[in-house]
Design a protein around this ligand. Sequence first.
Ligand code: MSP
Length: 511
Amino acid sequence: MKPKYYITTPIYYVNDVPHIGHAYTTLACDVLARWKRLDGYDVFFLTGTDEHGQKVEKAAETAGVDPQEFTDRVSVAFREMAVTMGISNDDFIRTTEARHKASVQELWKRLEASGDIYLGGYEGWYAVRDEAFYDEDELRTLPDGSKIAPSGAPVEWVVEPSYFFRLSAWQERLLAFYEANPGYIAPETRRNEVLSFVKGGLRDLSISRTSFTWGIPVPGDPKHIMYVWLDALQNYVSATGFPDPAAPRAAFWPADLHMVGKDILRFHAVYWPAFLMSAGLPTAKRVFAHGWWTIEGEKMSKSLGNVIAPADLVNTYGLDATRYFLLREVPFGNDGNFSRKALISRMNVELANDLGNLAQRSLSLIARNCEGKLPTAGPHTEEDATLLAAAAALPAQLRSRLDVQGFGDALEDVWKVIRAGNGYIDRQAPWALKKTDIARMGHVLRVLADVLRTVATVLQPVMPTSMAKMLDQLGVPETARDLAALATPLADGTPLPAPQGVFPRYVEEVG
Ligand code: MSP
């Protein structure tokens, strides 16, 4: 039986239209899901939309439609974003679905049964934009006297009856949990932030509201609507068919990785494991918090008018170049700046020149000089062996990079081999060998074809379409494109289709 791997994106609020921030989180998950499939895992990759709560209710009101109609309409935009970005998710969950409501109500009952829920009254600050409660000392006062949350969101004073979750009682157990699971929160700096937050003491968490109705009612007390984060976090469990232990995907829980942005780490690293432990459910294995994109040096915002839609990038630069750039440009975990100039430069230098030219030069020499057939491997010189060994080491290297979500490092590992391949072709000059040593020319071209095959295989998760084209041109059958297949050499003399450039240079239109 294949080992299982379960990966999740956050579920997106439907009050907003999808932008590259959302696309980024989903893309990172997609690359890992595809990588794990390539590495022989049975993968479950989940994404979806977060449709309840005051923020969505208000957005529907502003749009002048009923919240159900509004969410039906806007959640489609997130499905479309997944298609635009070439995302291979296995399921798309909406928190307004019946399967999710039943699962959340069961979670509530379990928390109640464990004695962690009590009825009280909430009096304090709430930011609708973040759907989060804040302590007075976390807020900043503006010159006009109004207060804002650390995220910049306006806050309002809320007084209402509320159920509470006894989070305060979980402080020590959470600290013990982090200690026992050092890989639970990544990167390290974020882990330290969470540890100091929890060490600072935890207050009980208000987990129901009575001032609006758009949400899942509390079992037995339907005036109360569950706190949208309790509702939302449970989506990850709902999608595995909870509470039915015989559901086809039941065995996927606990998730291997929750990918989140740094702004929502506290919910995933503090509240979520406490809820799960209280309900007697296993906790997820890891939460990775990535950084935020700014656009040409500025915060992305509707008011600045600089919000980038994923479709805009894909239509302008192509899907694979966009995917490559987003994961290559910034060390994963750090904040990054999006610039069109940087994207074009990576497209032209790394994709068109480094990789595209290496493939095009090698394949057109084979087409012209080897009757379009894969040349036979010959005795290896030291230089051949060095290059082949560097390529052969890639799957294991990438495995360890991607296990810690090091996308940039993984790509740099691959590019080292590509650059070495370019150095090799220049030094060996197979075009000159044609006249002096035709057998050696064939051997050199075969080394290059084998290196390109490995490179294209391991790059499939990042650039699925162009690497499929490259593998077609290398004569690699569709059934031999996973990591395990690399152990079996391609048959000598395999006929190759006419080579075609995979990565065109991007020429900016003037005017
Ligand atoms: N609905 C919650 C998540 C619930 S998960 C149980 C939510 N939704 S969101 O739509 O506001 O944000 C979803 C993700 O998009 C977050 O991980 C967030 O970090 C990410 N991004 C939003 N803007 C971003 C950038 N400018 N840059 C990178 N990621 C950003 O939070």
